[in-house]
Design a protein around this ligand. Sequence first.
Ligand SMILES: *Cc1c(COP(=O)(O)O)cnc(C)c1O
Length: 429
Amino acid sequence: MKLDTMYRELGICDQVLEYGKKIEKELEERFAAIDETAEYNQMKVLKAMQDARVSDIHFAATTGYGYNDLGRDTLEEVYAKAFHGESALVRPQLVSGTHALHIALSGNLRPGDELLSPVGKPYDTLEEVIGIRDSVGSLKEYGVSYCQVDLLADGSFDYEGIRHSLNEKTRLVTIQRSKGYDTRPTLSVAQIGELIAFIKKLRPDVICMVDNCYGEFVERTEPSDVGADMMVGSLIKNPGGGLAPVGGYIVGRKDCIDRAAFRLTAPGLGKEVGASLGLNQQLFQGFFLAPAVVAGALKGAIFAANVYGRLGFSVVPDKTQSRHDIIQAVTFGTPEGVIAFCEGIQAAAPVDSYVAPEPWDMPGYDAPVIMAAGAFVQGSSIELSADGPIKPPYAVYFQGGLTWWHAKFGILKSLQKLVDAGIVNIGSL
Ligand SMILES: *Cc1c(COP(=O)(O)O)cnc(C)c1O
């Protein structure tokens, strides 16, 4: 059977398919550059695994306290080596990205300290961790104050504002790489490096932490290469490579990682306990695959920007901008557009492709949200997924795809749904 016939059988009409082909052809050069980055990062991970002498004994399960869990300790050594940190905490007991960030923050801040975000408001779930929105157990309840300096109108750092906000109480600076659900641009590793250098020059003792969610392996370097004392992320995003069923990581300076570990387990115990429960093989293998998986997701994001950008929809990042995370925002301007897009992503999934997503009132959000995810791992957003709040400007956030071909199919399927719903005119393709 011909490939085109296969696409037809999966419900893609000829016009949508031809339009997709034309766009893919124009992206050859960019895709080649992405492959080169993936090749570099593949060698980086491979070298870390070889240097740490990873062996199949490291895949054995431990239970109970998990004393002398060789696999866990070696996995942490691999993360530390690959990301050029002194130490790492990589655990299934870090249940999500938010939890890892909470542990990194609460482990390293003490009552009376101040936390500074020099890049504007952090990710939604961090608001309750910090206490920007009052919440039981927040850092605020423990006497940690919070200070925020917004980015300037053009997206650059407000260096003057940051200088004024650094005071004798400032103990930790948190820098979020990805824009999350905000409209600011995602920060490049080079920009993060400049910001850290500025802060360290004024206050060398301040801990600089980077929320690296969605950023791993998008570039050749990571925030840990440009001065970050701690770098934090989720294993059901980029570095889990789609295989990690749960987990988070913190990589960086040994004293910072130790303090985080004493917070995660208990003072006196730290990194010495925490059974890996037989998950090590998936965590090693997922990390090994992650550079290639991230490359596929990045191609998907760029493809989506071009598919929808050319049809006149507003896309962030735009068709040609350089990439520093795997997220793509597309603004449809109507609820119907958001819903049709998400229906297409869902219909393209390997799991639950037959269900229709619907907007619902999710806890913590002020408008109904529609989510599309047919994932092997619940909530995994390195797998092809999309979500959009049903409120102006009616934008969807799209990310992931374990392979480029799946990401491509998801976008073609979303376009097909928009065409079928009469939102996109087939004549304009
Ligand atoms: C996803 C994300 C988080 C939180 O991770 P969860 O695993 O969803 O808790 C934090 N910061 C950013 C920028 C993220 O993208």
